[in-house]
Design a protein around this ligand. Structure first.
Ligand code: PRP
Length: 208
């Protein structure tokens, strides 16, 4: 059987994803979420796993550098990559929300400034509502922006809600539910159909 390449997102849900992979019956030598190694193989060398930055997973899959990707819906949405999303792994559950200071309502009468790690997601959400915005791209600690007057609101991931609460912010609108998804390169879906489908079925069984 030919080899398929699977891109895995580094970061928070990596451990749950690796645990799930081990449940498929495939054994990946040395695969561990803290490993500095970036390439791994199963025993038969029919599956190659590459460890990449979460936001790059959809790009690897879109360009065909990986046949399959396992990554959060947040990164799939932000990347806008053209890929097939075929399975919800139901791990890493959280949501995209608009949040702001608790005494504010979303003010729609003026152009809003939105701080976010996800400018494409923010633009798409407010565009649908006909609300003009300007985004400020941050790389973390986004909750700080409305507190110090850098933005009117934020668009960010909310999991437990404790980061918002600790900073006196509240959810004003929900945008989308997020969880880890399996994505497939469009060409690989046709040319490696049997192998891709076999791997998806293995994952589905492991999830049961
Ligand atoms: C994420 C996200 C929120 C927080 C939400 O940040 O951007 O800040 O987690 O989680 P909670 O609802 O459970 O509090 P992350 O921890 O990745 O850190 P960052 O601010 O450095 O991006």
């Amino acid at each position: 059987m030919e080899q398929i390449t699977l891109a895995l997102a580094k970061g928070r849900p990596a451990k749950s994803t690796i645990d799930l992979l081990e449940q498929t019956g495939e054994h990946f030598v040395d695969l561990h979420e803290d490993s500095r190694k970036l390439v791994f193989y199963n025993t038969e060398k029919t599956i190659k796993v590459i460890f990449v930055k979460a936001l790059d997973v959809p790009t690897y899959v879109e360009k065909g550098a990986a046949d399959i990707g396992i990554v959060g819906k947040d990164n799939i949405m932000e990347s806008q990559a053209e890929v097939y999303e075929l399975l919800d792994l139901k791990i890493g559950k959280c949501k995209f929300s608009v949040a702001g200071k608790s005494n504010q309502q979303v003010n729609r009468s003026q152009k809003l400034t939105i701080a976010t790690k996800y400018p494409n997601v923010a633009k798409k959400h407010f565009q649908k509502k006909g609300q003009p915005i300007e985004t400020v791209k941050l790389n973390g600690s986004v909750e700080l922006a409305p507190l110090i007057g850098l933005s009117d609101y934020i668009v960010d991931i909310v999991e437990t809600g404790s980061t918002l609460k600790e900073n006196g912010l509240v959810v004003l609108e929900d945008i989308e539910k997020i969880s880890t998804r399996l994505i497939v390169n469009k060409a690989s879906f046709a040319t490696k159909a049997t192998h891709v489908q076999k791997f998806i079925n293995q994952l589905k069984s492991a999830m049961e």
